[in-house]
Design a binder for this molecule. Sequence first.
Ligand code: DMJ
Length: 641
Amino acid sequence: MTTPALLPLSGRRIPPLNLGPPSFPHHRATLRLSEKFILLLILSAFITLCFGAFFFLPDSSKHKRFDLGLEDVLIPHVDAGKGAKNPGVFLIHGPDEHRHREEEERLRNKIRADHEKALEEAKEKLRKSREEIRAEIQTEKNKVVQEMKIKQNKPLPPVPIPNLVGISGGDPEDSDIREKREKIKEMMKHAWDNYRTYGWGHNELRPIARKGHSPNIFGSSQMGATIVDALDTLYIMGLHAEFLDGQRWIEDNLDFSVNSEVSVFEVNIRFIGGLLAAYYLSGEEIFKIKAVQLAEKLLPAFNTPTGIPWAMVNLKSGVGRNWGWASAGSSILAEFGTLHMEFMHLSYLTGDLIYYKKVMHIRKLLQKMDRPNGLYPNYLNPRTGRWGQYHTSVGGLGDSFYEYLLKAWLMSDKTDHEARKMYDDAIEAIEKHLIKKSRGGLVFIGEWKNGHLEKKMGHLACFAGGMFALGADGSRTDKAGHYLELGAEIARTCHESYDRTALKLGPESFKFDGAVEAVAVRQAEKYYILRPEVIETYWYLWRFTHDPRYRQWGWEAALAIEKYCRVSGGFSGVKDVYSSTPTHDDVQQSFFLAETLKYLYLLFSGDDLLPLEHWVFNTEAHPLPVLHLANTTLSGNPAVR
Ligand code: DMJ
């Protein structure tokens, strides 16, 4: 009997050896591995053969290869004269065979050595752990980044530096004033040291939570806003170690090629203004370079149908847009109208007129526009070039536009007459339509809204006291005395807004309605977030009048800040200035270090520190020198001479 198993069968039908689960994929994998192994074996044998064969090739075939790539080690062809087609190619032949052989021997040795070295390196790599390899890659990456930084940070062409008068000093003779100034310096140390400890590199500090904080105006990136904003205050206070610490951070970390959407206005006044001021005060090139790098990133914001910039721009993509809440997609007067000072300095320092052209274009466009009652509305649509809602204010949304008209004139050594005229026209209209006296005799600046005057003044509008005083000299038909007086009246009103609270700190906004005078009514307007405007006005008034009341009012404010805003982790805003037990908002704003403490320090310093004939403060209190352009031209631009 024959069994089917003993019948001669074709190989196809022989079942596989059962060395485990007889699955098809396993079988295929086994075959593939062995195939691979054989292939690898053949390949390596072939490579070894080729490498070995190279050394046994006849001399002539090697010459051809040398002629292609190793010219530098060969001797020139004796016939290669002027007319030769390719005088760079050299051939080996001629009588000196011995010399050739030596040369080849040397080359062979070199190739062998290189080969062995490469093998050694490869083996070495294989011996390393994953972490070690990763660390090596990181080191390499860092090296490249560092090299790129050095390349990017190459110095700009030099320009004559303006006369820098009074960048330090101002020591008061009076011991009481000296003590007060020291106290302000100590407050600055407290604010800075805590930011250094708990918020370093973040934009701002949460002094109670003791961690970093960032409002959306700075985008999603950690750009060290407090460091940049505080630098010049540290400098004038003589806090040089802290200044250097900030400088190092900027050198090593401040990077603008980030995918982050920032406010063009805020970044301009705080960062570009702060960096430029730090540059002028210290002479350190890095600040100028960083300011220019950032300004380049802001330029795409101007790519709108009218040239009126968007409120926000993405630093990486250059895509811009406006705030969702701004009237029908409008840009805001106080934002696009507060670029002039910084952009003029950028053109001056770089010799590139682009910045100057951008801001002058805005000015020209505004000059052509119809102004209701001579007033500038706060909203302007960058697509259509038409005004949005007719809302005019010297406080939020409008404020620093007027300030920059005056300061453009001052900064140009009083040669930019166009800016002065625009300022004079604007404040005449403001005085006529917005400035009123309350029943109790307080002069205030209201807001024009929906066809009527709202009798409400914001803390932000309190800066105007200082502006009127600063603009008094040079005003029309010798109204200097009048404007100085108006500045003093605004200072008094704003002081009242502080004095009528429980904490002796002013609310965000206050009303003049019947019996209510200089007092906030709505709960949402009772907060104080360490703002500087009232103290700023005291300082300007002090400089122009030397009336001791301004120092006294400034000191009252300093004491109130110390008492109610100081916490162990820094300084915080308060939510209700009418409540004697303050609730903190837990934010230490960067402008507290840039402005509030700087103006307080200047208030208790001599006038020789940053004298106003030589310095103009941007709206974030960053001092920029007057550009005496009479002797310096922006290349190709006679208009600013
Ligand atoms: C600052 O950033 C500037 O002063 C700006 O012009 C208006 N507001 C804040 C401070 O309150």
